[in-house]
Structures are given as C-alpha cells and as structure tokens.
Design a protein. Structure first.
Length: 308
C-alpha cells in the first residue's frame, strides 16, 4: 500500500504567511490512519496555524494538505462531517442538558453515533439530564469530546484537551482519548503537558519557527532510547565502588550518581557488588532524559535566546 493511502493526514511543504510573516515554512509530515499523533512546540511555533489549515479553517500560502484524501480548503460539508474538533475552549448553550446538546449535534450528521452510547463513552451517563451550566470543568471537557464524537468522525483534532484539569480528571481523560484508538479513530493532539504526550501519543512532531525539527516516537525522540543513563543511590558504607561500565562516579556526601551507556551490565555489576557485601543500595533510581528534557533541548537549540 502507498504511504499516502495508509495516511489519514498528508502535509507536504506547507507554507502559511500572515502578510510579511511566515508562520509555517516548508512543513511536511504524515499521520497514519488509527494513530495518535502529537504536535509539540513553543508558542509561535506554528502548531495552531497548522491545525487550522488541517481543519479547513485557514488557507495555506503554499504546499499541499490532504486530510482523508481531501484538501480541507475544498472539502465542504462532506469533509466536515468526517472530522471532529475539540477546541481548547468552546461555546455551547449552557441551559441545555448533556443529552439535549449531544442529540442536537447528532442531528447535524447523516450517520451519527447513538446518543446514549456516546454519552456513556465519555463517562457522562449520570449527568445526562444535567444542564451544561452545572458541570465541572472536567465534565465540560468530556461533553466537548462527546460533541466531537457523536458525528462518528474518522479524524479528531484535540487542542490542549486537559488544560485546567486536576490530576484525577486528567487520568480519566487520557483513558477516554486512548479509547479512541480502539475505535479506529485518527487523533491529532496538541498539548503542553509532556507527560500527557508520553502517555498517549504513538508519534511526536516538534515544531519551531514554522519548521519540523524532530519526529519520532515519544521514547525515541532525540535519541532518548540510546541516551546516557543515570544510576543514582546512597552509597553503602565508606568503601570505594568497584570499577564498572560507567564514568567516574559523581558524589555529594553519600549520594552517588553513575553515568553509563550500558545500563543493564552496569546494574548487574553494581547490584552483584552490593549483594556480595550484604548491603542495600538505598534510594536506587535509574533514569534517562525525560520527554520534557529532550523537548527543551531541541527547542533551545533552534532558539538563539533559549526561550520556550
């Protein structure tokens, strides 16, 4: 199968100008059918402009864009029926109930999902008769997702879907978004929460100044999977450490940090040494650079001021 045929979204050399300002400059990427793809970047990187072009809400200056095989600028009503949009903040009639709002949106589509099933899918069954004005922030975002889903879209655009959520509400939202993959939906996600992207995304693209500067899985972005590993612990006793596949230890009091590119062997030799002495490695931690660490490094490298 051709790559374009397997892709729900194809962007080639996208350029968008605002007068003399080029907001997006030669951007190219593909989103596979059925995957969750995250667009990351500091403010002004071109994320919002790119998503607006993909949704058909903004014209592009150059390049080509296809969503579900259609140019969003020319897609018309049939195209809009095939996509769902969850904005960072939206508007709805607060006097209508959850059930009334979802039923109203369902009436806009030729083949909508079942209203009750959609409300249940986002966890609002108990609030079906509640007016929108009485919902909490997290419940309103669930309602936003229900309104985007009820038309049974093939592609869903999620713009900062958990902004303002408490930790519990965010976790519930992650479960809902993850379930979209099980429904065969393609999701384009923008978020400033890097732990959210790590949890949800199949692939990640990092934008800076309108350019794509990195694209990979969350675990491999920027070489995370092969980067240096840190092993830290509190040293047992005052004796020196054995030699091993690590750089000279870094010490602060009894706290020790080892840097290694062979973490499995390093852990084996270190723990064997400790067990042989009958000692515990208190506070043992093994870490690699987080997605946030890599993201900040990538965007710093493209910004001479180091601002994000």
């Amino acid at each position: 199968m051709d790559d374009d045929e397997a892709a729900a979204i194809v962007v080639e050399d996208l350029r968008v100008d605002y007068g003399p300002l080029r907001a997006v400059d030669g951007l190219s990427f593909r989103v596979r059918t059925g995957e969750i793809y995250a667009l990351l970047g500091p403010n002004g990187a071109g994320k919002t402009t790119t998503v607006e072009v993909l949704e058909g809400h903004r014209r592009h200056t150059g390049g080509t864009v296809h969503v579900l095989g259609t140019d969003p600028q020319r897609g018309g009503r049939r195209f809009r029926e095939r996509i769902g949009i969850v904005l960072q903040s939206g508007g709805m009639d607060a006097d209508l109930t959850v059930g009334e709002l979802v039923a109203l949106y369902a009436s806009f589509y030729p083949r909508p999902r079942d209203v009750a099933d959609t409300i249940d899918q986002v966890g609002l069954t108990a609030k079906r008769r509640a007016r929108a004005s009485t919902l909490s922030g997290g419940q309103l975002r669930r309602l936003d997702l229900a309104l985007a889903l009820v038309g049974d879209p093939e592609v869903i655009f999620l713009d900062e879907p958990t902004t303002g959520f408490d930790p519990n509400a965010r976790r519930h939202a992650w479960d809902m978004i993850g379930n979209l993959r099980d429904l065969g939906k393609t999701v384009l996600l923008t978020s400033h929460y890097l732990d959210e992207v790590q949890h949800l995304a199949d692939r990640v693209a990092v934008l800076s100044h309108g350019h794509l500067i990195a694209e990979s899985t969350p675990n491999e972005l920027g070489g995370r999977d092969t980067s240096e590993t840190l092993i830290s612990f509190r040293a047992p006793g005052n004796d020196g450490l054995p030699s091993g596949p690590w750089e000279p230890p870094e010490r602060e009091g009894d706290h020790v940090v080892l840097r290694t590119d062979r973490p499995t062997l390093a852990l084996l030799e270190l723990t064997s040494w400790a067990v042989g002495r009958g000692e515990d490695l208190r506070g043992l931690m093994v870490t690699r650079p987080s997605l946030e660490d890599v993201y900040l490094e990538l965007t710093d490298e493209t910004d001479p001021q180091g601002s994000v």
